[in-house]
Write a protein of this length. Structure first.
Length: 198
């Protein structure tokens, strides 16, 4: 398969890419690195990504920023960081990508544990993750030509100790567990699923 991985140089993306590269053609996409550079907050940049990549069989997004900070100080500008990057960035990859993906292809988006298990200062990622999950469930009933879509929802990963203080009481998962969540979406048959890795 020809698989586009957006966020391929990130903590999770690089492991997903390495797990697939032996058997599949991988196109690594990053904001500043990779085979193709793309700003996922820009629909025009996403259009350019698909023009460069051509038809593909699967797209995985492990990219997207969100804002961590106290609710009492949060502003519209800060909240929009997650909305424009992790939410609309991923949604636009699907809205535009659906016109370039091969029949029976798949989209795999990234949500996160904060949808259902919020933490202090995490209102933005909680809201965005929940919206990503809802979009995946809704898009699954409308995508044509047998195209599938799922969202992987991991908790904090062992390889990201800097995030541990933000997730008190959350037991970190291994990167291997997280990668298998993505492989289930990419190589499996399910659609409209939220694949939780907790």
């Amino acid at each position: 398969m020809k698989i586009i991985i957006v966020g391929a140089s990130g903590t999770i993306g690089k492991h997903v890419a390495s797990s697939l590269e032996k058997d599949h053609e991988i196109i690594r996409v990053g904001s500043k690195s990779g085979d193709i550079q793309t700003d996922i907050t820009s629909p025009a940049s996403i259009e350019n990504l698909f023009k460069q990549a051509g038809a593909f069989d699967a797209l995985v997004c492990t990219a997207g920023d969100a804002y961590f900070g106290p609710l009492k100080n949060m502003t519209d500008k800060e909240f929009r960081i997650g909305v424009e990057s992790k939410l609309m960035g991923q949604i636009n990859l699907v809205l535009i990508g659906q016109h370039h993906i091969n029949p029976k292809g798949s989209f795999t988006l990234t949500a996160g544990v904060l949808t259902n298990d919020p933490v202090v200062s995490g209102a933005n990622p909680s809201a965005v993750n929940g919206a990503v999950e809802a979009f995946a469930r809704a898009a699954a009933i409308e995508l044509e030509n047998g195209v599938r879509i799922n969202a992987v929802s991991p908790t904090v990963v062992e390889e990201s100790p800097a995030y541990f203080p933000y997730f008190p009481g959350h037991i970190p998962v291994t990167m291997k567990q997280v990668v298998y969540g993505y492989l289930k979406s990419i190589l499996g048959a399910g659609t409209g699923q939220v694949i939780k890795v907790i």
